[in-house]
Design a protein around this ligand. Structure first.
Ligand code: MG
Length: 376
């Protein structure tokens, strides 16, 4: 039996020129940070994960060294405890699954139960745009084979953004399902703007009903259970959320109080593949959709693809896509191959053991940094 030998963490930053104006961040991003977690076993295998920056993890590696890599539930309990005391250590969970897959010679989606080896991607934009610009992106998405597109709306540009949703619907008709992300669930540390009140969310939902929107995402603060439940009573648009909700008991409460139609926890930021594999099935059993947030890098995207293919097999999964500002080359700079959907918008899961990714060591050397931050 193999044993975990060491855990190695490195930080990297890809310079973004021009800066990336993410809709959920008031400060345009000059850097794309990436933290790589490697778990080495004593037989030369390496499991890889990425996602959260792992700040605060120093000192906890000793609780994994010497352990059996396949003891997944034990590791999940320790990671959950660390998550309470220090940081969000979930990239390590992805790395442990990668290592477990490599140890057993199986892809992660198959280890999880393997409901399917392909998932349909939806193109997920990251920038708020004028109607004309958004129509251009929508046409590019159709051209690329996508059948669904997520647009961003926000406070200061709300009317213009809603006009963009209408313009896209007019331009593409029913050839695209449209999702709309309001980004009210959480804030960057430096963003002090308050989340929407229920009345605003209802007003926006009415407008989205007119455009036959597939789901409305994060319309309220993540902890406003009452507001979410009330909003669902007020509108026919399905409500999505929970991308960084952290605790299993919070998800249970969201289910019990009928707050969401679509659950979106991202396994490299919350609960790991280990915790979410159970939640995904619970959500599906309740008649809701489980389809993770993936707006990070290619490793996080792949971990969430493996999780979803292995558990709930969602109708769509998020695929960050917003040319020219956001490309698969930027998103997957740490990988030897970018992750791409086929011409009809489907992503085929790899058959290789573990997560099925390979690090671009040259790119990682070039981008090595002391920390993982968004601005210089
Ligand atoms: Mg979102």
């Amino acid at each position: 039996m193999s044993r975990i030998k060491s855990i190695e963490i490195s930080h990297h930053q890809l310079p973004l020129e021009p800066p990336f104006p993410a809709s959920w961040d008031p400060v345009p991003r000059e850097l794309f940070p990436c933290t790589i977690v490697r778990v080495h076993d004593d037989e030369g295998r390496v499991g890889i994960g990425s996602g959260d920056a792992m700040h605060g993890f120093a000192g906890f590696a000793r609780y994994f060294v010497g352990q059996d890599p396949l003891d997944i539930d034990r590791h999940y309990t320790v990671l959950s405890n660390i998550g309470f005391h220090a940081c969000r250590p979930w990239p390590l969970d992805a790395a442990l699954w990668d290592l477990a897959g490599k140890t057993r010679g199986e892809p992660v989606w198959r280890m999880l139960g393997g409901t399917t080896d392909r998932i349909r991607a939806y193109a997920s934009t990251g920038v708020r745009r004028t109607p004309r610009q958004m129509t251009r992106v929508a046409r590019a998405a159709v051209e690329r084979g996508f059948t669904a597109l997520k647009l961003r709306i926000g406070d200061d540009t709300l009317e213009e953004n809603l006009a963009a949703v209408s313009a896209v619907r007019d331009a593409v008709g029913d050839s695209l399902e449209l999702m709309v992300d309001c980004n009210q669930g959480w804030r960057m540390p430096w963003d002090t703007s308050p989340p929407w009140e229920l009345a605003t969310a209802v007003k926006v939902a009415r407008r989205l009903e007119d455009e036959r929107v597939h789901w409305m995402e994060e319309p309220l603060d993540r902890g406003d259970y009452e507001g979410h439940a009330a909003l669902r009573q007020e509108t026919s648009v399905p409500i999505a959320g929970g991308e960084v909700t952290r605790e299993p008991y919070e998800f249970r409460e969201l289910l019990r109080r009928e707050c969401l139609d679509v659950f979106q926890p991202d396994c490299v930021f919350t609960m790991g593949i280990s915790g979410l594999r159970h939640l995904a099935r619970e959500v599906a059993a309740a008649g809701k959709t489980f389809t993770p947030h993936t707006w990070g890098n290619g490793i996080g995207l792949m971990a969430n693809l493996q999780l979803t293919a292995g558990t709930s097999g969602a109708p769509f999964i998020e695929f960050p896509f917003d040319p020219p500002e956001w490309t698969t080359e930027r998103r997957d700079f740490m990988l030897t191959r970018t992750i791409e959907p086929d011409d009809e918008g489907w992503i085929k899961l790899p058959d290789t053991p573990g997560l099925g990714i390979e690090l671009d060591e040259d790119a990682l050397r070039r981008t090595r940094s002391e920390s993982a931050a968004y601005t210089g």
